[in-house]
Design a protein around this ligand. Structure first.
Ligand SMILES: Nc1ncnc2c1ncn2[C@@H]1O[C@H](COP(=O)(O)OP(=O)(O)OP(=O)(O)O)[C@@H](O)[C@H]1O
Ligand SMILES: [Mg+2]
Length: 500
C-alpha cells in the first residue's frame, strides 16, 4: 500500500499580479518518482519552491513525513532531507566545483577546511554522474551542461530523502541524461529517496516516473500513470486542447545565398567549419555537446574571436568582429544561456525586448512609448505570458523568459537568425508557437540557422540539417528525409558524408 511522504493541502501562492498556485491538493508517495508537468507559468517551480523553503504559501498547508512543514529557509529544508535542483543554475562561478558542491557545509578536520576530502567526495559524485570534470576547476570555466551536473552533484551530496529536480536535463546530452537516470534509480532503490521531476521533455518524464501530475494555470488537472497517457494525451492535458500537428508544413525556400561562411577556425573549438544559408531557408545544426556548434555560431555573430575564416552576405564580404558589426549586418544570435548572456533579469520585458536595438528608439533619449509598443507587439506575437510588459523578466517563468530573449533579437529586424536551442525549457504549446514563428520568419525571406539537441525538432522543422563533430561540419541531410539514426551516426563519427 502506497504511503504518502508529502501531502500538499489546498495550497495557494499569490504574487502581486498573479495567483501562481491555486488551491492545490496533491500527495506524493514514499519512494516514487513523481513527474510534474504543465505549460510555462503553470506554477510548477513555484510549488516546488514552497517545498524547499524559498517561498511561503499564501494559504493551505503541507505535511512532510507526518509533520507540518513550515519552512523559513532552504537550509531548514535541507536539514529535513529536502533538496532541490533549480531550473536556473545557482552556482558561484568564482569557486571551484568541490567548493560549490559543499558550500555552507565545508568539511573540516581540526577546525580547518579539509579540501582534500571534499575533492575526493566531489570526484566520486561526479563520476557517478558520468562526468569527468575535475573538482578543482573553477565553475565559470565549465560548459552549461557541466555546470548542471555540478548542481545535481550538489543536491546528491546532502543525502536527500526528497529530491526535487526542476528541468535537470534541459541542457544535458543523451549520454548524461542516461547517467543521471541511472543515479536517480539507484537512489530510489538503495536509499528509498522520493523524486519529484519537472520536465518539458515528455518521453523522458514517462520513462522515469511512476506517476505524472499535470498542472494548468496554477491548478491541479490530473494524475496519471505513464501507460495511461501517451505524449499527445499529456500535451492535451497540459494545454487544455488538442495541439494537432506540432510542425507547420514546410514551404520551399528561394535559391539565392544570403550568408556564406567559409573556413572558420576558433581556438579549441572550430576547425575549418563553413556553411551557406539561402533566403527563406531553415537549416538545423546538430551535434553532440562539445562539438563546437555554439562556438561556431558565436563566432559568426562576432561574439567569439576567430583565428581565420570569412563571411559574405549576399555576395559581399562582411567583416564581422563584434556583436555591433553583426547587428549592423542584420545577423542576430539568440544565446542558449538566457541567464548569463541573453537577458537582464532585473530589467523589465520592455527594456529587455528593445535592448539590442536602442539606437532606433532615439538613444540616448529614449522614446518610452515606442519601446513599450514594440515590446507589446513581440509579446503578443510570441504569446509571452505576463501581467504587463513592465514586469521584471526575473519574475517570468522559464519558458516565457526564453520568449523575451527571442523578442530582443527580433527587434533588431535581422535577415539572418542564429538560434541556439530556442525551445529549451519551453512547453509543448509554446514550442508549437515558436515553430510557427520560425516558419513565418522564413516565409518573410529570413534565413535561419537553428542549433538543437532535440532531433525530432530538427527533422520536423528544417529544410536541411548539418551535423557538426569536433569543430567541423561532417554531414548534410535533407530535413524531410533525415532520421535520428542518420544524425546520430554522423554526430558520433560512425559515418561521414562530407558535404559543404
Ligand atoms: N517572484 C515572482 N514574482 C511575481 N510573479 C512570479 C514570481 N515567480 C513566478 N511568478 C509567476 O508565477 C507564475 C508561475 O510561475 P512558475 O515559475 O511557477 O511557472 P513554471 O510552471 O515553473 O513554468 P516554466 O515551465 O516556464 O518553468 C507565472 O505567471 C510567473 O510569472
Ligand atoms: Mg519553472
Amino acid at each position: 500500500m502506497a504511503e504518502p511522504i508529502l501531502t500538499i493541502n489546498g495550497v495557494t501562492k499569490d504574487y502581486p499580479a498573479v495567483r501562481a498556485v491555486n488551491n492545490l491538493t496533491l500527495s506524493i508517495n514514499r519512494g516514487e518518482a513523481h513527474g510534474l508537468i504543465g505549460e510555462n507559468g503553470a506554477g510548477k517551480s513555484t510549488l516546488m519552491k514552497m517545498l524547499s523553503g524559498l517561498e511561503h504559501p499564501t494559504a493551505g498547508s503541507i505535511t512532510f513525513d507526518g509533520k507540518p512543514l513550515n519552512l523559513c529557509t532552504p537550509a531548514e529544508a535541507m536539514k529535513l532531507g529536502i533538496a532541490m535542483i533549480h531550473q536556473e543554475l545557482n552556482l558561484i562561478g568564482e569557486l571551484s566545483v568541490a567548493d560549490n558542491i559543499f558550500l555552507g557545509r565545508e568539511r573540516t578536520t581540526l577546525g580547518l577546511v579539509d579540501r582534500g576530502s571534499a575533492e575526493t567526495a566531489a570526484l566520486k559524485l561526479l563520476n557517478q554522474l558520468g562526468s569527468n570534470v575535475s573538482p578543482r576547476t573553477r565553475v565559470n570555466r565549465l560548459s552549461i551542461a557541466d555546470q548542471q551536473l555540478v548542481e545535481i552533484a550538489k543536491a546528491l551530496s546532502c543525502e536527500a530523502r526528497l529530491l526535487i529536480m526542476d528541468e535537470p536535463t534541459a541542457v544535458l546530452s543523451e549520454r548524461e541524461t542516461t547517467a543521471l537516470f541511472r543515479v536517480i534509480n539507484q537512489m530510489r532503490l538503495h536509499q528509498g529517496v522520493t523524486i519529484i521531476y519537472i520536465s518539458h521533455i515528455l518521453p523522458e518524464v514517462r520513462r522515469l516516473c511512476d506517476r505524472i501530475t499535470v498542472l494548468r494555470d496554477g491548478q491541479y488537472v490530473k494524475t496519471v500513470e505513464p501507460r495511461e497517457a501517451d505524449d499527445a494525451e499529456l500535451a492535451r492535458l497540459m494545454v487544455g486542447r488538442d495541439l494537432g500537428d506540432l510542425f507547420p508544413q514546410r514551404a520551399p525556400h528561394l535559391p539565392d545565398t544570403v550568408l556564406e561562411v567559409r573556413n572558420f577556425f576558433v581556438d579549441g573549438w572550430v576547425r575549418g567549419a563553413g556553411l551557406d544559408l539561402h533566403r527563406g531557408e531553415i537549416v538545423g545544426l546538430a551535434g553532440l555537446v562539445g562539438s563546437g556548434r555554439t562556438e561556431f555560431a558565436e563566432a559568426i555573430a562576432g561574439l567569439r574571436k576567430r583565428r581565420s575564416g570569412s563571411v559574405s552576405i549576399i555576395g559581399e564580404p562582411a567583416d564581422i568582429r563584434s556583436p555591433i558589426d553583426a547587428i549592423r549586418h542584420r545577423i542576430a544570435y539568440v544565446s542558449e544561456d538566457r541567464k548569463l548572456r541573453g537577458l537582464h533579469l532585473d530589467l523589465s520585458i520592455t527594456e529587455n525586448s528593445t535592448l539590442a536595438n536602442l539606437p532606433t528608439y532615439g538613444f540616448p533619449l529614449l522614446n518610452r512609448s515606442a519601446r513599450q509598443a514594440a515590446a507589446n507587439q513581440h509579446a503578443q506575437k510570441l504569446g509571452t505570458r505576463c501581467s504587463s510588459v513592465r514586469q521584471r523578466v526575473g519574475s517570468l517563468s522559464g519558458g516565457n523568459q526564453q520568449k523575451v530573449a527571442l523578442a530582443k533579437w527580433l527587434d533588431t529586424k535581422p535577415n539572418v537568425l542564429l538560434l541556439d536551442e530556442p525551445t529549451r525549457g519551453v512547453d509543448i504549446g509554446a514550442k508549437q508557437e515558436i515553430y510557427q514563428l520560425i516558419h513565418g520568419l522564413a516565409a518573410e525571406g529570413k534565413s535561419i540557422l537553428m542549433i538543437s539537441s532535440e532531433m525530432p525538432e530538427l527533422i520536423g522543422l528544417c529544410h536541411r540539417i548539418l551535423v557538426m563533430r569536433n569543430g567541423r561540419i561532417v554531414g548534410s541531410l535533407p530535413g524531410e528525409r533525415a532520421t535520428e539514426s542518420d544524425i546520430m551516426h554522423l554526430a558520433a563519427g560512425l559515418r561521414e558524408n562530407r558535404v559543404a
